[in-house]
Design a protein around this ligand. Structure first.
Ligand code: 5GP
Length: 204
């Protein structure tokens, strides 16, 4: 299964998805490519594949991305081969693209489970972006304007998870419990059982 955690910048996608991966280590994470410069602490190949713009564009022309999006002046994309291969091997994947990317993933994989993560108040987005000190004032303003448009896409998602203001212990965020509950519940959906599975359960 493909779990797509999206939502506006500053909603806490990175924190929540990192905590989910710690709890569910069997979930594979799809590392995106980007033309954005690395922030301090980001590890190439782990946080992102950091690539030059021309390299990204050539890969896009070769069809190597499932979806790409220009976000605030930088290109981001989901590498196709990792997703197709990993799903083929039977693993579940989690990824965290922005909202248009999430909708594009749903078009490519209609069975993808789309989760929209948002804070309990819109004004917290600004607060969180300011606190993490990785964006300039202009960039924060641009991200908030994008967030305003992203909220309009909520009805196209399967789930909404509200990430309340972070308590001290990040692993204990209620939003991580909620996300874990979604992953667990989705695994019990009847369409994951084929006729022979059900026959075996009945006749064994
Ligand atoms: P950031 O620069 O803060 O790491 O990411 C900016 C935005 O791009 C975030 O909303 C993030 O979720 C999104 N993003 C990261 N990777 C991808 C991707 O592969 N595809 C798309 N469409 N968005 C992405």
């Amino acid at each position: 299964m493909l779990f797509v955690v999206s939502g506006p910048s500053g909603a806490g996608k990175d924190t929540v998805v990192d905590a989910l991966r710690n709890r569910m280590p069997q979930l594979r994470y799809s590392v995106s490519a980007t033309t954005r410069a690395p922030r301090s602490g980001e590890i190439p190949g782990v946080s992102y594949f950091f690539v030059a713009r021309d390299e990204f564009e050539r890969a896009r022309e070769r069809g190597e991305f499932l979806e790409t999006k220009e976000y605030n002046g930088n290109l981001y994309g989901t590498p196709r081969s990792f997703v197709e291969q990993t799903l083929g091997e039977g693993y579940d994947i989690v990824m965290k693209p922005e909202v248009n990317g999430a909708l594009a993933i749903k078009r490519a994989f209609p069975a993808a489970v789309l989760v929209f993560l948002l804070p309990d108040k819109f004004s917290y987005l600004q607060q969180r972006l300011a606190e993490r000190r990785t964006e300039s004032q202009e960039e924060i303003a641009a991200r908030l304007a994008i967030a305003d448009r992203e909220y309009a896409a909520i009805p196209n998602f399967d789930y909404v998870v509200i990430n309340e203001q972070a308590p001290a212990v990040r692993e204990d965020l209620p939003a991580v419990d909620d996300l874990e509950a979604i992953v667990r519940a989705e695994r019990f959906r009847i369409h994951h059982y084929n006729d022979s599975d059900l026959k075996l359960l009945r006749e064994s």
